[in-house]
Design a protein around this ligand. Structure first.
Ligand code: PLP
Length: 393
């Protein structure tokens, strides 16, 4: 006979979801009310204002899409790309490839700017792509590549798009709340994110924001948006300022309580403090790993503090280590993807999973598992190295 599902209590240090704080889980369990209830409508206004803070924007069209990050991605493409358009798409990992799919499914041409996985998007190559394709109307790129742990220069890329009269579509699924993201100051036009990374909320919602330039492009479309569900003009009937809050779809009421709580926690901590916390814990983890004799796969200046690409020591069985961490320590870390599969682990320090406790647990557990396997590591040095960083931060 079936019975209730009781998941194990894991520590989530992979590429997302990250640990969800008890405060957010408690919000999720509050009584469900109607999605047109006047009290819920008040919550929607607050959510928009908290998203304005998180994204650092005044954009009127800022809201949480009722589906995961991939839906936020699709929402930006289907609303801004029309058949026959040319879109420059940067790919330096998994998610640029998905952007290409989106462009092609909108009936447009994707001009690919490819960089090696583990490197940031090359500004020079994007410049050259604009020179060769002056008709390009959009530049799309990933700010924080979760598949490789690399940060690209979103400020410079947005500036380049606007210099060429193009709009920018920016994937901030892994960056929001973890590293600097200044939507208005950088002139980013269509930005989407996810809730399950540095916001440490439950998965399944995608915050998005569109600049006035992007909204103008949406309002001047000659073709209907191919997706009914993600058509921003229809969604605005429910979410828009001064809108009648007419029914479009049934909003995921409890998930939105949870998002509200996690955004509130971010605001209480402050963006700069949250970024600094992510950086301090990253530096401690790296110091510990290096003391153990384990190297990092990404050059220092391009590393994401919230997603660490760690080189698997010679001769070590990738899957066996991850399995032992899960079985013995209830600790999840991520596998490498694509060319990095079997060569690197992805250790996330995102949102509520970015604490000194997480760093210590990860170093201690990894060292124990690797020592058990007679892997070529230095024992006893990792925790003191991490503690030295903590005491200086
Ligand atoms: N973009 C990036 C950079 C991501 O890391 C992810 C998920 O890991 C997505 C998009 C897709 O988000 P979701 O899995 O919530 O649909």
């Amino acid at each position: 006979m079936s019975s209730s599902f009781h998941p194990p209590l894991r520590t989530l240090m992979g590429p997302g979801p990250s640990d969800v704080s008890p405060r957010v889980l408690e919000a999720l369990a509050r009584p469900t009310i109607g999605h047109l209830d006047p009290m819920f409508v008040e919550l929607m206004d607050e959510l928009k204002s908290l998203l304005h803070y998180a994204f650092q924007t005044e954009n009127a069209l800022t809201l949480p899409v009722s589906a995961p990050g991939s839906a936020g991605m699709e929402a930006t493409f289907v609303n801004l790309v029309s058949p026959g358009d040319t879109v420059i798409v940067c790919q330096n990992g998994v998610f640029g490839g998905r952007m290409k799919e989106n462009v092609e499914r909108c009936g447009a041409t994707a001009v690919m700017v490819e960089d090696t996985w583990g490197e940031p998007v090359s500004i020079d190559k994007v410049s050259a792509a604009f020179a060769a394709n002056p008709q390009a109307s959009i530049l799309a790129f990933v700010h924080a590549e979760t598949s490789t742990g690399v940060r690209s220069d979103a400020r410079a890329l947005c500036a380049l798009a606007s210099e060429h009269g193009a709009l920018s579509i920016v994937d901030t699924v892994t960056s929001l709340g973890g590293i600097e993201l200044l939507v208005d100051a950088w002139g980013a036009d269509a930005v989407y994110s996810g809730t399950q990374k540095c916001l440490s909320c439950v998965p399944g919602i995608s915050p998005v924001t569109f600049s006035d330039r992007a909204v103008e492009r949406i309002n001047n479309r000659s073709h209907k948006v191919q997706s009914w569900f993600l058509d921003m003009q229809l969604i605005m009937g429910y979410w828009g300022s001064g809108a009648k809050r007419a029914y479009h779809h049934t909003a995921p009421v409890n998930n939105l309580y949870a998002l509200h709580e996690s955004l509130l926690m971010l605001k209480e901590e402050g963006l700069e403090q949250a970024h600094q916390r992510h950086m301090n814990n990253h530096l401690a983890l790296v110091a510990g790993l290096e003391a153990m004799g384990i190297g990092m796969a990404v050059a220092k200046e391009h590393r994401l503090p919230q997603l660490n690409l760690v080189l698997i020591p010679e001769g070590v069985d990738d899957a066996a280590v991850r399995q032992a961490l899960l079985q013995k320590y209830d600790l999840e870390i991520g596998a490498g993807l694509g060319a990095l599969a079997g060569k690197a682990w992805r250790i996330g320090l995102m949102g509520s999973s970015s604490t000194q406790r997480h760093v210590r647990l990860c170093l201690m557990a990894l060292e124990a598992v690797l020592a058990d396997m007679q892997a070529p590591i230095v024992s006893g040095a990792a925790l003191p190295a991490a503690e030295a960083v903590f005491s200086n931060s």
